[in-house]
Design a binder for this molecule. Structure first.
Ligand code: UD1
Length: 331
């Protein structure tokens, strides 16, 4: 049984689908604070399988311990956590308390119950601003750009220390920019309130839910002046977790692995692809730069391919098509 924390969320629900399709038994642990129970029905519709659900506060050590007593867990994929960069700057304690406590509770219960495989959801944000555009895992941690980013780095450090003192085998998956949705249109990124990330902003500006998108800066030293990121289809990202789980089962120790395509796309290029593929107009204007944004970065995806045999397969056009298909079905 694979314990998938945060499995009702945007990324977690796609991982649940890939795990179930690959034949794993899955228990989703989620407090549904930032996810809807309907997602579970959608996972069932897509896979024809019902995942077990545990509605739980993962920061509560006794609740986590009870879950491990009741269910025989073989491995953990840990995504649950707060993830809004701006909010983390305004409410740092909320982020440190939640993201650290949940990871600690899980690690303690795993140690007690002899569970030795752990896949952790990390972020390219741990690299900080290394001064180069292609990020390899051999780079040191950079100065954290937000409390959210600090929690990712701290959890990586905690897991590394625990693994050094035990049989724990762990993979940190450092995500670049996950976008898109499942091709069924049943699960996808549907944030409450004003979105933080670019793709849900594009879809909501296009449906009219938001008046228009602001492109944060067109005076960066890039090919068209807008920022360049490494966008990755969420289904590719989800498959990366299945590969990481298999890797953990066969290898001891700790590895940090980038999940990205290795390809940079600018904000304006993404808008152009979205309009072309979907035959729509994205209402947008050029605005000032957003504080903290870097001009350009993308993943070196070589380690993921070498160690896990994983590489991104889906295209920018596919990401745009699937994101729009989901937005059309959801509204
Ligand atoms: C952000 C976080 C990163 C986090 C990741 C996943 C920052 C500085 N970084 O990455 O730590 O791991 O999300 O949640 O917040 N953009 C616009 N207009 C918009 C929104 C975004 O032009 O309305 C641009 C941004 O300038 C950026 C690109 O779109 O160049 C992607 O932005 P976003 O989706 O927020 O991701 P990141 O900033 O790359």
């Amino acid at each position: 049984m694979i314990l998938l924390t945060g499995g009702a969320g945007y990324i977690g629900s796609h991982i649940a689908v890939e795990l179930l399709d690959a034949g794993y038994d899955v228990i989703i642990a989620d407090n549904f604070s930032n996810a809807s129970a309907d997602v579970i029905k959608s996972i069932e519709t897509i896979t024809g399988t019902t995942p077990a659900i545990c509605q739980i506060d993962l920061t509560d050590k006794s609740e986590v311990e009870r879950m491990f007593q009741e269910i025989k867990i073989d491995a953990v994929i840990h995504l649950a956590g707060y993830k809004a960069v701006g909010e983390s700057v305004r409410e740092p304690l909320k982020y440190y308390r939640n993201n650290l406590d949940s990871t600690l509770s899980l690690l303690e219960a795993m140690e007690k119950h002899g569970v030795t495989q752990f896949v952790y959801s990390s972020s390219a944000t741990v690299y900080g601003d290394p001064g180069i555009v292609e990020y390899t895992e051999s780079l040191q941690f950079g100065a954290a750009s937000s409390p959210y980013g600090s929690t990712k780095e701290m959890c990586e450090r905690i897991i590394t220390d625990v693994a050094a003192a035990s049989e724990l085998s762990a993979v940190f998956l450092r995500y670049f920019n996950p976008v898109g949705a499942h091709k069924s249109g049943l699960i996808g990124d549907d944030p409450d309130g004003i979105p933080n990330n670019l793709m849900p902003f594009i879809t909501q500006a296009t449906t009219g839910k938001l008046p228009e998108l602001t492109v944060f800066g067109d005076d960066y030293p890039t090919r068209d002046g807008s920022c360049i990121r490494d966008y990755l289809h969420v289904v590719d990202l989800a498959k990366g977790h299945v590969s990481a789980l298999k890797y953990c089962m066969d290898h001891k120790g700790v590895e940090a692995i980038n999940l990205g395509s290795g390809r940079g796309t600018s904000v304006l290029e993404l808008i152009e692809a979205f309009e072309r593929v979907n035959g729509v107009k994205v209402p947008y204007k050029i605005g000032p730069r957003r504080a903290g944004d870097l001009a350009e970065y993308y993943a070196s995806p070589a380690k993921a391919e070498k160690l896990m045999g994983w590489k991104a397969e889906l295209t920018i056009d596919g990401m745009c098509r699937d994101a729009w298909n989901f937005a059309m079905k959801a509204h």
